[in-house]
Design a protein around this ligand. Sequence first.
Ligand code: SF4
Length: 577
Amino acid sequence: MLSCTRCDYREQDGLIVNSGSSLSDFFPFQSMRPFQKEALDQIKEALMSTKFVILEAPVGFGKSAVAVALTRNQESAHILTSTKQLQDQYSSDFRFPVVKGKSNFRCDIPNSTGMFPPVSKGRCVIDWKLKDCPHYATFEEYQAHKNKQCNRDSKCENLKDNKLCSYYNQKWLGFKAPITVYNYPFLLSEMKYAADVPHRKLLVCDEVHDLEKQIVSFASFSLKSSALKKFHDQVRPEEEFIIPNKGEDEPIAWIDVLVDIEDFLKEFSDLTIEEDIEQDQVAISKEMLKDIESFEADLKANPTNWVINNTKLSGNSIEEVVFQPIHVGNYTFPLFNVADSVLLMSATVFSKERLCKALGISVNEASFIQILESTFPVDHRPIFAMNTAKLNRETMDTALPKITQMIDKIMFHYKYERGIIHTTSYRQTNYILQNISKTNRARLKTTEGKSNRTELMKKHDSSDASVLISPSLHQGVDLKDESSRFQIIMKVPFPDLSQKRTKIKLKRDREWYDWQTALRLVQTYGRSIRSEDDYAATYILDTNFTHFIQKKRNLFPKFFLEALRGNSQALPSITDY
Ligand code: SF4
């Protein structure tokens, strides 16, 4: 345990790195299965010749344990996950420190009402320089402190009684540790705004099938009239605030609008110092200013890489306009440069070329290791192509009654068991909720509303025969054993064509569109069968599935194809109607 002789600050024990000499010695569990050892050896070898190694392995393979063995062997790694839940799992299973964003911590300096705001709205975000805060130390000062190199001039005095700012404390602890876990939005934001992330030997990107979406969501930028008006009206009360409509064809035509908004946000920030406007408002305006300046730079640097989505009009003025990047390579480049080597992992990759293209990686720079066999017995996880009705925009209204009837039948068959229904929109979800039998309606729980995912899962697991229904539970949920004995995939989850970015991507690259559909189908399939002893049946109702699988069979992994059954093989109580 490290401690400081001046202020008696003590650091908890971090990860104890195994000092064995073979890769197997770094494996975090007592026994390693032969195929895990094989994969580990292949990864190690591939990393000698290519910067990127893509590992695709089915659910139950134990990808995390393989990645942990490698990171422990390297003793220098960042691990990136797509959800907080996965982040916490790495932390609790392997004792790696997790670094979280500012909104998870409180500032130690009270605001004018005596409250301690979140760090994202702390004094250092408003009008202080970081060095002015008595609770702050730079990473170098923090390290000197931890290494007992403090002297009279150091910041050590400020760290007495563990008074280092809680946000920076966990961030520096994470940066100092050899292996650290983050989620994608946090590290992307750190790389862009703070630019202080230390270089490591290895970067592990877990659930990498989701990385393109995560980056699009991180880089997307929205102008909202309702959010900007209050700042405008404070500094320019004589002017009416409108966001002029610059059309959807040329994103670069919006530069003048951005510059004008930047001007009044800057004016607002200046006002605050003299007029003591509430700290929250100042923090929000500064955050907006930072986002606009950053987006403006991105737009100017690559004007043809942007698309305008979801413009909402209010009279002649724009209520909201959203800009999205088409390609994400500009964002992955700095991310992947944070380490010498990159391990990209997922149960759903299916094509090295497609993943490389989506993330802006040169195919020659990547090796692909694919584990084709699932260790889960195939008869524990059948997929029934029910061909109940064709679901697309034109047929939706006429197909939904038939689909609802089938869902009722399946739910009656599993009347004592829990399960899940995957829809692709809240419109479908609401239709089912309103039109299914009363008995089955009482069993349904959905993600819409205020309850968060963890609460929803707790409610589901504590109610007999509960059935989840949602368009958003196709990934990141772990419905093991009794949590789900059946799952219904209502519609083939083709990417949403109401999004302009999706339309452009489809027009330019049809294969990308089909690949995305296959990724989501297989991700959804993986929700309810989580171990060798687990079992659950999957029912796919949309007739489009049969056509899709016939045409795009090459996109699907062996473990999915070998589980496919026709509707005649489903139980008579379900097929007989
Ligand atoms: S560094 Fe200081 S001002 Fe900034 S959030 Fe931490 S405690 Fe607050």
